[in-house]
Write a protein of this length. Sequence first.
Length: 252
Amino acid sequence: MNRDDAKNILLLYRPGPADATDPQVAAALALTQQDAELARWFGEHCARQEILRAKFQQIPVPAGLKEQIISEQAAREKAAVWQRNIPLRVVAATIVASLILAILWLRPQGGDNTLAIYRNRMVGTALRGYAMDLATNNPAQIRAYLELNRAPADYVLPGPLQNVAVTGCAIESWQDAKVSMICFRTGKPLPPGVQNDLWLFVVDRASVKSAPSAGPPQLAKVNRLVTAVWIQGDKLYLLGTEGDAQTIRRLL
């Protein structure tokens, strides 16, 4: 299986345990662990699916919809003409769903949800596979690499985080801005093949329109990670790890 084959398979992938049990999907997922470009593409694909899932969950269910569906089903069973119209109704429903999807996806991502979308996308990158652009336990080398590639490199680590071992870094993207992803290992036992269990994302504050103002870190649970978001200078910081609020507070 090559990269293009894997992309064609993973285009139909939706985050969740069921899809991952399919042999072809499992093989394509395994390839994302070996191919950095594929891993980055896959992370963005999964982030888009999470955004779309969240958008659809926000659509209110019209009052009486259940009763309407039951009523229409009964009418179709009593009149053969309704059976002949089913294909047309399916096409109409598909067109309506596509229009809703296009409106939600193409709508400008400003407003209060922008930070949530950024946070979800970065957490998705950490959890669903990525390849470090630079693997090193030397913090100075990480800063030099990020600066050379014009990604945020003048970040300031909280005191406790300075004592956690780094393992490398990667450069992600958000709204045409570069995001510095610094990877850490806390020292807790990890599953085979897993190198990191703590991630810090740094981006220019101006690129996240609904970023909070200066103040204490904002904590939120996203998927399996507990996250903290804060502003320092002109940078927005996002820290994530598995655990609870107390786990991440000890790192700030």
